[in-house]
Design a protein around this ligand. Structure first.
Ligand code: PLP
Length: 393
């Protein structure tokens, strides 16, 4: 047989890298029903607790009643409706940029933007820990593609010196599996010196960073002149789905003309845009969500450090616990599950070999008591894992 999928699957299983989908039988939230069990979840990207917010649900329902449920066609045909347009205007205003453009998913936005901006003869330089969609976009673009060492400006500089054609430097704002921030002030200065453009995917920064939730660009006080291309996703802190790119009029017009995943796909349901308009309003007005989240992050880091756990340099709701070996990460996740907690083990190829981890994510919807339950469980499970290691050694 030419497609030997069975051996590929069994190799994956043997390497402790097999993926399984937990079946969620309830809405998103701290307490979820998964595979028939009530669990306390610390693995969703619903950082502000908006995915199941009554007002967002109401906006979706009212939107469906007013606009129907389907987008009907692509934006360029007859699928660009008033709610999409209003959401784009609101996102432009939110990001302080002349224009914004909606995409159906963040993956599509990244593929669309990069392939529309660069091609043969150009250069794409990316942080080696960028999200898969950005790395795929760079490869697909046909431009010369290189990765620099994580957050390492000297390593970027070396590659900038060899760049040819239009050069696009691309970075996650908040690194999705580590939770740390891109060193954007230094990165933007370096790119400017080399006459390169900067594209930031702030999927995990919008709503969580910056005084008004404006993300990493607001956090560092950067302008459009520093970050020419700004991408955000709507399935995380916004609690809905989709993505956007924000920038100059010219940039957005070029995306409408050349970004294939924008042009050749049905627009997202207009009711979804109605829901996102509401979640954007909540994100901008309910500051207590970000404040509570900050307090949870502080409390988690303090508690985990007291337990002797190895944390990463993350000021964000993404707080991974580095384990190393994939089998051990799975085992720790399983132990927590036995205690009623859901924390996903993240393994290669999502993260580099030997850096498997539990990706703890916090949400404004978590209470301090729920966080304390997680810390208590980690306080029991981590020593138990170490004991098991010692027994097997
Ligand atoms: C940094 C980053 N960019 C893009 C995406 C993709 O966004 P979406 O889920 O909307 O496709 C994700 C995760 O989903 C992400 O973490």
């Amino acid at each position: 047989m030419s497609f030997d999928l069975a051996s590929r699957l069994s190799e994956r299983r043997a390497a402790q890298l097999y993926r399984q989908r937990p079946l969620l039988q309830s809405p998103q939230g701290p307490s979820v029903q998964v595979d028939g069990r009530e669990l306390l979840a610390f693995c969703s990207n619903d950082y502000l607790g908006l995915a199941n917010h009554p007002q967002v649900i109401e906006a979706w329902q009212a939107g469906a009643a007013r606009w129907g449920v389907g987008g009907g066609a692509s934006h360029l045909v007859i699928g660009h409706s008033t709610p999409h347009h209003e959401l784009e205007e609101a996102l432009a205003e939110f990001t302080g940029r002349p224009k914004a453009l909606l995409f159906s998913t963040g993956y599509m936005a990244n593929i669309g933007v990069v392939t529309a901006l660069v091609g043969q003869g150009d250069t794409v330089l990316e942080d080696r820990l960028n999200h898969a969609s950005l790395l795929d976009a760079g490869l697909l673009s046909g431009a010369r593609f290189a990765r620099y060492q994580h957050n390492d400006i000297d390593s970027l500089n070396l590659r900038l010196q060899k760049a040819a054609g239009n050069t696009l430097v691309i970075s996650d704002g908040v690194f999705s599996m580590d939770g740390d921030l891109a060193d954007l002030p230094a990165l933007c200065a370096e790119a400017k010196r080399a006459d390169a453009w900067v594209m930031v995917d702030d999927a995990h920064g919008f709503g969580t960073l910056g005084a008004t939730g404006g993300g990493i660009v607001e956090h560092f006080g950067l302008q459009q002149d520093d970050v020419q291309v700004l991408v955000g996703t709507l399935g995380k802190a916004f609690g809905t789905a989709g993505a956007f790119v924000a920038g100059s009029e010219e940039l957005i017009e070029a995306m409408v003309q050349f970004a294939r995943p924008y042009i050749y796909t049905t627009s997202q349901p207009p009711a979804l845009a109605c829901a996102t308009l509401k979640s954007l309003e909540l994100l901008r007005t309910e500051h207590w969500r970000r404040e509570h989240l900050s307090e949870l992050i502080r409390r988690f880091r303090e508690g985990a450090t007291a337990l002797g756990l190895e944390l990463m340099d993350s000021p964000t709701p993404i707080q991974p616990i580095l384990v190393g070996d994939s089998g051990r990460a799975l085992r720790l996740s399983q132990m927590l599950r036995e205690r009623g907690l859901l924390v996903t083990a993240i393994r290669p190829p999502t993260v580099p070999a030997g850096t498997a981890r539990l990706r703890v994510t916090l949400s404004a919807a978590h209470s301090f008591e729920q966080l304390d339950r997680l810390l208590e469980a980690l306080g029991e499970c981590c020593p138990q894992l170490a004991n098991e290691d010692a027994t097997h050694a």
